[in-house]
Design a protein around this ligand. Structure first.
Ligand code: GCO
Ligand code: MN
Ligand code: MN
Length: 387
């Protein structure tokens, strides 16, 4: 299918090996699809117009692989990347699958577990560097509790900080030039996960020894599960220069982590997200952390991947139309006319006095209609395809 919405390299779409490679296993049922090799995933995604693939260490190399086996797997994977002009912009560690991580990794009570998590992460950082990744993601899926009696949550935060400080120095010492992106999630697989939102992560980053090396990787599903507004979380990260990576997918509020195809839920929320990313000129890869429905075979997996990218491009085009729509822009111009860019200035006694002495008719301002009904209806009609 070649058309206006066809993904192109410059769109910089990426998928995790674990996303299209997801076999449809869930807590109640077995895998429904055969495994896809990393090489096959690279070939297929390249043919669909993606820019790259991201990976956990164990998406490529199983735990306990002999050095020669590891090197062969990396060589074959790199060859496939070269053959298909695909990049690996992001890498990460699997710190959740092996039973050793049942009580967390960096926050586990057993220091032997924390040591193993650190050494596994250093190896995975080396692998990420070897594959050219500039961003390294930390998603602490197991860093949480069901039984709060087991540790003081302040100790968990301290341990997490200690590990990140150490790993920042590891990257500096090796001259890798990599940046870290922290990914929050409120729960699942733990009952409660520490630092549950992007906002918590942003506050935590400021307490690190190298805050300049660390940003966030907000995920649509993770902010939507507890009913938060993802577009607002991304805006906060962007506004303070901390959007280092992004996980795009679909999710209904209040449910388990669904990781659905991007744009399959809340198209208006997705529209404002895409508009924000595009209007801001953010130049990071548009990464999809999602997987195909359990009903799908391999063909359905590629339908899913194509769908994520197409919907992004469709919403990008909608954002362009929104920005060019005379009626919508007319309402926005009316809003801007009252916003008074330098209305406050920094504090001085004179300015404080002036604020008190300016005359204002509060009743008149209170009565004024703001035309947001019209604005939202126009946005809705544009999204539904009649503008
Ligand atoms: C999830 C997470 C993961 C992470 C991935 C990279 O809820 O399963 O979103 O997919 O993003 O492990 O760290
Ligand atoms: Mn994610
Ligand atoms: Mn998720």
């Amino acid at each position: 299918m070649t058309d206006f919405y066809q993904p192109r390299l410059e769109d910089r779409f990426t998928f995790g090996l674990w996303t299209v490679g997801n076999r449809g296993r869930d807590p109640f049922g077995e895998a429904v699809r055969p495994a896809l090799s990393p090489v096959r995933i690279v070939e297929k995604l390249a043919a669909l117009g993606a820019y790259g693939v991201n990976l956990h260490d164990n998406d490529l190399i199983p735990i306990g692989a002999a050095p020669a086996q590891r090197d062969r797997m990396v060589r074959e994977f790199k060859q496939a990347l070269d053959d298909h002009n695909m990049k690996v912009p992001m890498a990460t560690t699997n710190l959740f699958y092996h039973p050793i991580f049942k009580d967390g990794a960096f926050t586990a009570n057993d220091q032997a577990v924390r040591k193993y998590a650190m050494r596994k992460t250093m190896d995975a950082i080396d692998l990420g560097h070897e594959l050219g990744a500039g961003v390294y993601v930390f998603w602490g899926g197991r860093e949480g509790t069901e039984v709060d009696a087991c540790r003081d949550p302040r100790d968990a935060i301290k341990r997490f900080r200690e590990c990140l400080n150490f790993l920042c120095e590891y990257v500096v010492d090796n001259g890798y030039g990599m940046r870290f992106a922290l990914e929050a999630k409120p729960n699942e697989p733990r009952g409660d996960i520490y630092l549950p939102t992007t906002g918590s992560m942003l506050a935590f980053i400021e307490t690190l020894e190298h805050p300049e090396m660390v940003g966030v990787n907000p995920e649509y599903a993770h902010e939507t599960m507890p009913g938060l507004n993802f577009h607002h979380a991304v805006a906060q990260a962007l506004e303070c220069g901390k959007l280092f990576h992004i996980d795009l997918n679909g999710q209904k509020p209040g449910k388990y982590d669904q990781d659905l195809r991007f744009g399959s839920e809340d198209q208006k929320g997705c529209f404002f997200l895409v508009k924000l990313l595009e209007d801001s000129g953010w130049d990071g890869p548009r990464h999809f952390d999602a997987h195909a429905y359990r009903t799908e075979d391999e063909e359905g997996v590629w339908d899913f991947a194509r769908g994520c990218m197409r919907t992004y491009n469709i919403l990008k085009e909608k954002a362009r139309r929104f920005n060019a729509d005379p009626e919508i822009q007319g309402i926005l111009a009316g809003i801007r006319a009252t916003d008074g860019a330098d209305w406050l200035g920094s504090y001085s006694r004179e300015r404080a006095e002036r604020l008190r002495s300016d005359s204002i008719d509060i009743e008149q301002h209170a009565l004024r209609g703001l035309h947001y009904e019209k604005l939202d209806q126009l946005t809705t009609e544009l999204l539904l395809g009649i503008r």
